[in-house]
Structure formats: C-alpha cells, structure tokens
Design a protein. Structure first.
Ligand SMILES: Cc1cc2nc3c(=O)[nH]c(=O)nc-3n(C[C@H](O)[C@H](O)[C@H](O)COP(=O)(O)OP(=O)(O)OC[C@H]3O[C@@H](n4cnc5c(N)ncnc54)[C@H](O)[C@@H]3O)c2cc1C
Length: 387
C-alpha cells in the first residue's frame, strides 16, 4: 500500500495551485474580488475562460476531443488544488457542474457524433453545460420526476419544469432528464441533450441563494421542446444509470474542491491564531483554540483519505457506491464544521464579511444538500449494508 503521490502528480497538483493562486485572485474589471462578486452575485467569466485555457475543463476528456485524458485521481488532485488556491467557490462549483455532470455523462454515454459535436467546444469553454434533474416536486426522490418526453415520429417532445439547476442561467447545453414512461419509474427516465435557443426552452432569473452566489442557479421550463432522436443521451430508459455514474464522479471530484477549501481555511486560521493576541498571548496558545484547530486538521486528513480512496477505486475501474456516499457525507459535514470553527476562532471578525470566512460557511452549507442530501447518503450506506 502506498499513500504517497508520484512526483508527476505532486508537480501537476502544484501547477494547478500556482495557477489558481495567481490567475484567479482578481478579475481585470469590476467586480474584481470574490467578495465583491459574492455581494452582487457576479459570475467570474474571465476566471472560467482562464480555467479553460489552463486545461481545467479538459481534465477528464480524452485527447481526441481536445482534452487532457486525466484519470479520476488526477482530476480530484486538480480540484483539491483549485479549492485551496482560489477563494471563488462559486466559480469552482460552476466548473465542477460543467465538467463532472455534463462532460462526463457525454463521455461515458454519448454517441461518437454527440461527443464530436459538443466536447471540443466544452473543453475550450465555448459551451457551458448544466445538468437538469431536480424538479419542484422531485428532489431526493429524483426518479419520481414528471418532466415528460413523448415520442412523435423521429423526435421527442419535452414538457416540464426543472429547478435548482446550477449554471442554467449561463448554460448553452442542457442535459435534461425526462420520463418516457412514468409507469416504469426509474426505468423510464431518459437523458436528452438540449441546446440553448431550442424553441420552448426557457430559463428563469438566477435564484438568490445563501452561498455559492457567484455560481448562477436557475429554473428551466420546457414547453413542447422538440428534441431529435439522435439527441437522446445513451439509450431510452438509461437515465438512472447516467445519473448514478456521474454522481460517483461528482461525489469525489466536486468534494475535492471542498477539501482544498478546508486546507486554505486551516492555513489562514493557524496564521490568525498565532497573530491575534488576547490576555497578552496569542489565542492559539489557549487550548480551547488549539484543540479546535487540531480537530480541523484531523477532519481534513480523514476527508482526504476517504475521498482519494473513492478516486483510486474509480481509476482502477471499480464501483465506489458505498465509498462515494461515505466520502460525500464526511467531506461535507467536515467542511461545515471546519467553517464554523474558522468563524469562531476569529470571534467578531469571523462574523464580519470583510474577513471572508463567513462566506466559506455560507458556501459550505449547500454541500450537505446537493449531490444527494446527507440523509440520503446515510440511506445509501445503510442499504448497501443490507438494511
Ligand atoms: C447549491 C445547489 C445546487 C444544485 N444544483 C443542482 C443541479 O445542477 N441539478 C439538479 O438537478 N439539482 C441541483 N440541486 C438540487 C439538489 O439535488 C436537491 O436540492 C437535493 O437533491 C434535495 O432535494 P430537495 O431540495 O427537493 O429536498 P427534499 O428531497 O424535499 O428533502 C427535504 C429534506 O427531507 C430529507 N429527506 C427526503 N427524503 C428522505 C428520505 N427518504 N430519508 C431521509 N430524509 C429524507 C432530505 O434529506 C432533506 O433534509 C442543487 C441544489 C443546491 C442546494
């Protein structure tokens, strides 16, 4: 057993971190900083384009479609480095949705024609992808969705409404899940590729959120949207397999961003605890503070182990349903707790927006909800244990 990274992996991870730290720190035009964008809900398009140029959007995509062909472990390492180097968690969340819930399903289930048509432009950032599963009445019970796809000749006609869709307000390509046969439940769910501009497809105003404010989220309405047969992703009825496969990717790579963010928080918090003095001594010398920091470190260490185990299992072609549910649950709970601790250790300053730790807390809370709530992860774990 070897817990170390190869020289190549370490160098790659460092190059992503250096890129994020240098290139994603500030925009060239207003709103320049993450804090300013967080206030107005601004999407950092320039940062997205820089990530495309650097190759972030190309990570898991094979070279024949313009990608870098990295495996899951390298993708997770890159996400971890991005999360540590860049404070704009909303931008990184948008990138993750684009790569792991749109490019990955296309790669794994798309026809050659679909891959050739969309992937090279997605890799360059010319097309932004989104993934539309959730509906107002179908959240955790995702496969009870009611968006319908009716076969008419050589096309399907889609009707329904999606909500909480990351990237919807800025997306060019929508992976929409609809049912071709409600009586068949999950077996009737099918994925469709729909392009912005399709007649009958509309996107609502960005939804106002607690955190991740720099990642636009919206509703998608489908009214008699005609989708040609060749824009079915995979086979009719294969939607649940697509969804489950991409969730495993998301639960490792998206959550690696949070692992990186926790590392950044820890470094800043240690520095703060050494500098801030009360009662004539650095607050870090008080055990109540240093133990919180020790707990933060323990959570990070365990989160990294469990997350990289998922990535390693997937890279060698094994299923990781149990491990990815455990990882999603543990990393998100740790992210929220570490964010709370980071605020508490800064006292009143932690509560003030200027010090930029309260934003991490707001950003972190969503991680217990998206990619399947933590209660659902516990259901998955229990059922895989035979309960
Ligand atoms: C920031 C953000 C981004 C998102 N991005 C996307 C996206 O890009 N695409 C997309 O399709 N969706 C997206 N979602 C939606 C997300 O997948 C859903 O919010 C999530 O699946 C939960 O569904 P719900 O909100 O309807 O809650 P509900 O399913 O109504 O759950 C409400 C509460 O009941 C609990 N609960 C429900 N059923 C059970 C059960 N069987 N056992 C125990 N507890 C249960 C839940 O855990 C939760 O605490 C996003 C959500 C957020 C917050």
């Amino acid at each position: 057993m070897d817990f170390g990274l190869s020289e190549e992996q370490s160098a790659f991870k460092k190059s992503v971190y250096d890129f994020a730290k240098k290139e994603l720190a500030s925009a060239s035009a207003e709103p320049k900083t993450t804090r300013e964008r967080d206030k107005v809900g601004g999407f950092f398009r320039e940062g997205f384009d820089k990530c495309a140029e650097f190759g972030i959007l190309a990570l898991p995509v094979p070279e024949q479609y313009g990608g870098l062909g990295k495996d899951v472990v390298d993708c997770a390492l890159a996400m971890q480095a991005l999360g540590r180097g860049c404070t704009d968690s909303g931008l990184l969340f948008t990138i993750s949705s684009h790569v792991f819930t749109c490019e990955i399903p296309l790669l794994q289930f798309g026809s050659e024609e679909q891959k050739q048509r969309f992937l090279p432009r997605m890799v360059k950032g010319e097309l932004i992808g989104c993934h539309a599963m959730s509906e107002p009445e179908a959240g955790s019970d995702a496969f009870s969705l009611t968006t319908s796809a009716e076969k008419r000749g050589d096309r399907f006609v889609l009707n329904g409404q999606k909500t909480f869709i990351s990237n919807a307000p800025i997306a060019d390509l929508f992976l929409v899940f609809a049912t071709t046969n409600r009586a068949r439940g999950w077996a009737g769910v099918t994925g469709f590729l729909v392009e912005r501009g399709a007649k009958g497809l509309s996107v609502g105003k960005p939804l106002e959120k607690m955190g991740l404010k720099t990642s636009p989220t919206g509703e998608v309405v489908l009214e008699d949207v005609e989708v040609p047969e060749d824009m079915v992703l995979g086979r009719v009825g294969q939607g649940s397999a697509i969804f489950n496969a991409e969730m495993e990717w998301e639960r490792s790579c998206l959550f690696a961003l949070h692992l990186g963010a926790m590392e950044r928080q820890l470094e800043d918090t240690i520095r703060y605890a050494k500098e801030r003095k009360q009662f004539g001594q650095p607050i870090g010398s008080f055990q109540a503070v240093s133990h919180k920091i020790a707990d933060m470190k323990v959570r990070i260490e365990l989160a990294e182990l469990v997350l990289l185990k998922v990535a390693w299992l997937k890279a060698k072609g094994s299923r990781a349903s149990l491990e990815s549910a455990i990882s999603k649950l543990f990393v998100s709970e740790s992210f929220v707790q570490n964010s709370l601790d980071a605020v508490q250790i800064r006292g009143g300053y932690g509560y003030m927006a200027e010090y930029e730790v309260e934003r991490d807390l707001r950003d972190a809370i969503g991680s217990k909800i998206y990619s399947g709530t933590n209660e659902i992860q516990k259901n998955i774990i229990a059922s895989l244990l035979g309960l």
